[in-house]
Structure formats: structure tokens, C-alpha cells
Design a protein around this ligand. Structure first.
Ligand SMILES: Nc1ncnc2c1ncn2[C@@H]1O[C@H](COP(=O)(O)OP(=O)(O)OP(=O)(O)O)[C@@H](O)[C@H]1O
Length: 347
């Protein structure tokens, strides 16, 4: 059984003007998030990601559909039960949302005080969390004395204080520079691996998904247009919205404009070879070309790695007699995707 299940969940907001149409922020979304997943939800601003998180956290009710946590329908729970449920769900935010008047220790202790845990337990729990996030020496500092990355580490420690099974991260690294982003992502990976916490990562940054998530759902105008294993979505996006995101981190197939520029600079035929693990290796493509007497030069593309699984597109300029190139491409096509724009009906 999935830890979090969304069944045909829709969230409508009243029309902004009288007589207008209601705004559908989340539109008939169905998803299953398994225990231990790091599940990314990606989409441009306004796609409905934050609304989805508020529904999972039961901060707002869904208009229709069901949300099950551990098989229990949370859309039907009374407020008192919802408060209990939220103790099992931690949350971190883009702007950290720390209490500026409390020290680091005070911020981390806050949810434990609200949950009325004994003082001694609070003290040792906070010490453990400070050590886990590497901020023991900052225990008595105030948020304004911390860097952005340190603030988010306090946010993570605070979110973990009550021992939640689920952590919701809403644009948690969007306010951080690239190095600090990587530090925070590494910490989130440890939260998942060492504590087994299931993490839902909301972001508009594809590289966050690439380095942290195992599964991803792509949202566009309230709908989930594609979801699945990160490797599958990255290496073979099926929808336009997914493709646009993937192209922000993966240098794939040249656009028509790039292709025209490549043709100007390079003699010969421009051909793209697409690799995915399990398909023929790059080396054998190069060997086949060389054996066929075809000259080649790498002019565009690259190979990407997602947790040890490689995929990518290499565009080569091939020179030599057409018959030799055709014979080589026929052999390569038996095991590798080959596209030759202009000859394959492409651009
Ligand atoms: N409380 C609300 N009342 C009315 N409309 C809302 C409310 N919250 C969100 N919306 C609308 O719902 C749509 C989805 O917003 P949401 O914030 O979930 O998107 P998002 O993908 O998280 O975008 P961002 O990354 O900019 O936060 C938007 O059109 C937004 O204006």
C-alpha cells in the first residue's frame, strides 16, 4: 500500500470576479507515493504545486477526490485528528519561516514544546538534531546571524523534531546559491536514507529533481501530465512540459536554429545518436563508423548520469561516401536510436 495516495483530487478556488469561472488550481490529480520515496513535483509557477502540498498537509480541503495517508482518508477527518496527522508531517519552506526572536535551539525545540514533550526529552532530542544538521556550535545563535544554508538546516531540524514519516519541501532550495543548494540536498538525502523519511519535493528547478528525487511528477496547469521514475522521464520525456524542463539540465537534440548553425560550421551529414542504459554503447557506435570508413566529429550533446544510469544524445558530423554512411547507420540502427534531421522527416 502506498504511503500517500491521491485519487482524482481537484481543488477549485472561487472565481476572482463575480460571475467569473472558478479557478482550478489542482485538476483531477491521481498519484501514489511509496514509503521511502523521494518524490519530486515539478512545474512552472502557477502549475498548482504548492496547492497540492497544502492538500497533502490537510491545511486546506480538496474540492473533490480522496487523499489517503497510510490508507486513511484524510479528507474526512475532524480537526483534532488532523492536528495529530500534521505532527507526522514535517514541512520546510523557501523563506525558512524561522522565529527570528528564538535561538536555533529554541526554533528546533518549538514543535516539541507544542507537542508537550518533557523538558529533558526536548533537550536531548534538540542536541541530536543539532548534531545531525551540523549546527551544534550555532545552538545559541539567532536566525539573523546565520547564512541561508544554515537557516534551512535549522528548518530541516525543526521539521524533523517530532519524528515525522513525511517531509514536505516546498521550494526549499530556491533562495539558495548553487553550492548551498547542493549542501541542503545532500542533507535531505541523509534524512531519507538514515531516517527513512518519505520526502515530497516541490520545485521549479529540474536539477534539484535530478540530484535528489527518485520519482517525479510534472505538473502543468493543475494537471499531472507525466509521472514516473526520474531516469525514465529525463531520458525519454513524453510531454512538451516535461521536455521543456528536461532541456534546462540536459543538452539533448539540437534545435532547428542550432542545427542550421552546426551545418554552417561542419561539412558532412549531421546525425544524432541517442543512448539509454541497456542500449548499445557509444564505443560500438564509434567502432562501426570507423570500420565503415566514415569520418566523425562530435559537434553537440552530452551524456548524463542519474544515479549510475547513463543516457544522452550525441550529435556527430559524419563525412565520407553516402553509401558508407548509410551502411554504417543501418548497422547502428539495429540497437541505437538514430535521427538524421532532414532525412528522417525531422527538422
Ligand atoms: N488561496 C488561493 N485562492 C485563490 N487562488 C489560489 C489560491 N492559492 C493558489 N491559487 C491559484 O492556484 C493556482 C496554482 O497556484 P500554486 O501556488 O499552487 O502554484 P505553484 O505551482 O505552487 O506556483 P508557485 O511556484 O509560483 O508557488 C494559481 O493560479 C494561483 O493563483
Amino acid at each position: 500500500m502506498a504511503l500517500i495516495t491521491l485519487e482524482n483530487v481537484t481543488k477549485r478556488y472561487p472565481a476572482p470576479t463575480r460571475g467569473g469561472v472558478p479557478l482550478v488550481a489542482v485538476d483531477d490529480v491521481s498519484l501514489e507515493i511509496e514509503q521511502g520515496d523521494v518524490y519530486g513535483i515539478i512545474g512552472y509557477s502557477g502549475a498548482g504545486k504548492s496547492t497540492l502540498v497544502r492538500l497533502v498537509n490537510a491545511l486546506e480541503p480538496a474540492s473533490t477526490g480522496r487523499i489517503l495517508i497510510d490508507g486513511r482518508d484524510i479528507t474526512a477527518l475532524p480537526e483534532r485528528e488532523l492536528r495529530k496527522l500534521r505532527l507526522g508531517i514535517g514541512m520546510i519552506f523557501q523563506q525558512f519561516n524561522l522565529f527570528s526572536s528564538r535561538t536555533v535551539r529554541g526554533n528546533i525545540a518549538y514543535p516539541l514544546r507544542v507537542a508537550r514533550r518533557p523538558a529533558r526529552e526536548i533537550g536531548s532530542r534538540v542536541d541530536d538534531l543539532l548534531s545531525f544538521v551540523g549546527l551544534t556550535d550555532k545552538a545559541d545563535a539567532y536566525p539573523e546571524q546565520l547564512s541561508g544554508g544554515q537557516k534551512q538546516r535549522v528548518g530541516i531540524a525543526r521539521a524533523l523534531a517530532t519524528g515525522p514519516r513525511i517531509l514536505l519541501a516546498d521550494e526549499a532550495t530556491s533562495a539558495l546559491d548553487p553550492d548551498t543548494t547542493q549542501e541542503v540536498l545532500a542533507l535531505l538525502r541523509r534524512v531519507n536514507e538514515e531516517f527513512g523519511v518519505t520526502i515530497l519535493v516541490i520545485t521549479h528547478e529540474m536539477d534539484v529533481i535530478q540530484s535528489l528525487a527518485t520519482k517525479v511528477a510534472v505538473m502543468d496547469r493543475g494537471r499531472v501530465v507525466e509521472h514516473g521514475d526520474v531516469f525514465d522521464v529525463f531520458s525519454r520525456p513524453r510531454e512538451d512540459a516535461s521536455e521543456r524542463f528536461v532541456s534546462t539540465v540536459v543538452r539533448g537534440v539540437p534545435s532547428p536554429v542550432e542545427l542550421a548553425a552546426l551545418r554552417e560550421r561542419h561539412p558532412g551529414r549531421i546525425v544524432t545518436f541517442s543512448f539509454r542504459d541497456g542500449t548499445r554503447s557509444q564505443a560500438s557506435v564509434f567502432v562501426t563508423l570507423a570500420e565503415s570508413g566514415v569520418g566523425f566529429e562530435l559537434v553537440y550533446g552530452g551524456i548524463n548520469d542519474i544515479r549510475g544510469r547513463a543516457f544522452g544524445h550525441l550529435t556527430l558530423a559524419l563525412t565520407g561516401p553516402d553509401a558508407s554512411i548509410d551502411a554504417a547507420l543501418d548497422r547502428i540502427r539495429e540497437s541505437t536510436d538514430v535521427t538524421e534531421p532532414g532525412r528522417d522527416g525531422g527538422a
